[in-house]
Design a protein around this ligand. Structure first.
Ligand SMILES: C[N+](C)(C)CCCC[C@H](N)C(=O)O
Length: 288
């Protein structure tokens, strides 16, 4: 089983993650809190209240987890393709796999990665939603003091299944949309690369960027549901389940609620995924 793909997936994921985290914090807040009027308002308020650090809340955990998550995604994707087509990463340029195979491999990678991602993502979202500035003496203590404290608290209060709150919405968000992710990436690469050659760096950047955009556009409705399910029960319990969350969000806020965070998801997706794919391809070529 080719291991390089797991390692390349890990490093490239970490690079993309740091770049995209500030966008991610603004997005999570817009999706789950009603105090902000829009992207700019959220940026200004976060900065005034919490300084630059506010944008990097909840990042240490994803950095640790991206090792697992992105390597599962790229590793499983590549190995599923290998099973389906019997062509390794190196051979794929001369014997390109067909799109249904790419889609199935992407969905398989997406399904497995979302399972690993669920607890990490939950903790990230809970920490990102704490708007208290850095703890000062006398000021109110935030509920969670950091990722480990957050994990322990959730375990104690809600049990192990508490760590998987919102996991179903996450699976629905990631499975099909990571299929689109790889199909878009491959499609653009093939369009601009002569047969049998490796795509140029510019092509990889552009294809990666658009792959990110395509998958985030389709992922946003379930992203909103996922974030809301993950925050449910922190203050009071609002939803009976995923369906109830969808129906009551729709009733209260209209269909637009499912597109909350779309602009920022798209803006974040381009640089994050351009860098992810560029470093992934670069590392694999280096080790070839
Ligand atoms: C499937 N969905 C669009 C949700 C995620 C795509 C993951 C790609 C990358 N790690 C990123 O954070 O943009």
């Amino acid at each position: 089983m080719p291991l390089e793909e797991f390692v390349a997936g890990w490093i490239s994921g970490a690079l993309g993650l740091v770049l995209g985290h500030p966008f991610d914090t603004v997005k999570v807040r817009l999706q789950t809190q009603t105090t902000y009027q829009g992207i700019m308002d959220c940026i200004v308020k976060t900065y005034r209240h919490e300084s630059l650090l506010g944008f990097f809340k909840g990042m240490s955990f994803p950095i640790a987890s991206v090792a697992v998550v992105n390597s599962v995604l790229f590793g499983v994707y590549s190995n599923t393709l290998l099973l389906l087509t019997a062509a390794s990463h190196q051979e794929r340029r001369t014997q390109p796999p067909n799109y249904p195979h790419i889609f199935i491999a992407g969905c398989t990678g997406g399904l497995l990665q979302s399972y690993c991602l669920a607890p990490f993502d939950l903790i990230k979202v809970r920490l990102q939603n704490q708007t208290e500035p850095r703890v000062q003496r006398g000021s109110s203590q935030p509920r969670y003091r950091g990722p480990t404290h957050c994990a322990v608290t959730i375990l104690r209060e809600e049990g192990p299944q508490g760590l998987f709150r919102g996991a179903w919405a996450l699976v629905l968000r990631d499975t099909p949309t990571l299929g689109f992710y790889f199909v878009t990436y491959e499609g653009i690469c093939r369009q601009y690369t002569p047969d049998g050659q490796d795509p140029s760096s510019t092509t990889v950047l552009v294809a990666g960027g658009f792959a990110g955009i395509a998958s985030w556009i389709t992922a946003t409705p379930f992203d909103v549901v996922k974030s809301r399910m993950q925050m449910d029960g922190v203050k009071k319990k609002e939803y009976k389940g995923m369906l109830d969350c969808m129906v009551s969000s729709f009733r209260q806020e209209g269909v637009g609620v499912f597109f909350r965070g779309l602009t920022i998801n798209t803006a974040r997706a381009f640089p994050v995924n351009a860098v992810t794919f560029l470093s992934y391809e670069y590392l694999l070529r280096l080790w070839r």
